[in-house]
Design a protein around this ligand. Structure first.
Ligand code: KIV
Length: 271
């Protein structure tokens, strides 16, 4: 059957479905997606969520950082992904400087939802006032703590966060505040596995890890890294799923199964 033929009969997952998965201990799978063809393939395999990440600035546009990505870029790629999506939950990043105030954030998030088809928007850092305002306007929000790529010019390099006790304590406190402000999901990037485990246990919302160990409620990877087609060196926390796969679909399937069965990430992918 044509992949698109039965679009009307398949319901997209909701934030409640994801919360229920956490409650019953089912791991949540997520990959980044930036276009319709990969979106259709990821969706067909049964991956639970697609993140239209501003990582597209690096892997699609060829920039050194995510900073040049604009809200127009995000709307365009979100639309491409949403057009081919049937079941997977679609989250779209608010790019650098697109959430400087609650009102600016709401206007940009509305574009991602109305024109881009986003079901939820993601923003970096403990921007509690912004998150609370968006949630009040009916905009579902995913927080993002740990390594924040939009702060690369302050951080100096893409390094593990939360190794020092004071930093770990701040990340834990921020995670609780984001949940209290109404965030429906949290992404934890590049933090020690033990810290991610603690946060995943303490929060009631699903925690999705990238470079954050096995004990998060779900995992996300940048698609081009796990297919080994990125132009930059693959990060240590990622894995080349093409290595033992005959096709791209097989590689995505292997990732999906490895996460569902808690076989990925291994200790060698963590900190
Ligand atoms: O932009 C992105 O792809 C992301 C993931 C690395 C979580 O935010």
């Amino acid at each position: 059957m044509n992949h698109y033929a039965d679009k009307s009969t398949v319901k997209p997952l909701t934030v409640n479905d994801l919360a229920a998965m956490k409650l019953r201990g089912e791991k949540i799978t997520c990959l980044t997606a930036y276009d319709a063809s990969f979106s259709a393939l990821i969706d067909k395999v049964g991956v639970d969520m697609m993140l239209v990440g501003d990582s597209l600035g690096m892997v699609v546009q060829g920039h050194d950082t995510t900073l040049p990505v604009t809200i127009n870029d995000m709307v365009y790629h979100a639309r491409c992904v949403s057009n081919a999506r049937r079941r997977a939950f679609v989250i779209v990043d608010l790019p650098f400087m697109s959430y400087t105030t609650p009102v600016v954030a709401a206007k940009n998030a509305a574009r991602l939802m109305q024109s881009g088809g986003a079901q939820m928007v993601k923003l970096e850092g403990a921007r509690i006032e912004v998150v609370s305002f968006l949630v009040d306007q009916g905009i579902p929000v995913c927080g993002h703590l740990g390594l924040l790529p939009q702060l690369i010019n302050q951080l100096g390099s893409y390094k593990v966060q939360g190794k020092e006790p004071a930093d770990a304590a701040r990340i834990i406190a921020d995670a609780h505040q984001l949940q209290q402000a109404g965030a429906g999901l949290l992404v934890l990037e590049c933090v020690p596995a033990e810290l991610a485990r603690l946060i995943s246990d303490q929060l009631s919302i699903p925690v999705i890890g990238i470079g954050a160990g096995l004990d998060c409620d779900g995992q996300v990877l940048v698609l081009y890294d796990m297919l080994n087609i990125g132009i930059a060196k693959r990060p240590r926390f990622s894995k080349n799923f093409m290595q033992d796969a005959a096709t791209v679909e097989d590689a995505i399937h292997a990732y999906h199964q490895a996460v569902k069965q808690s076989h990925f990430p291994g200790t060698e992918h963590g900190f």
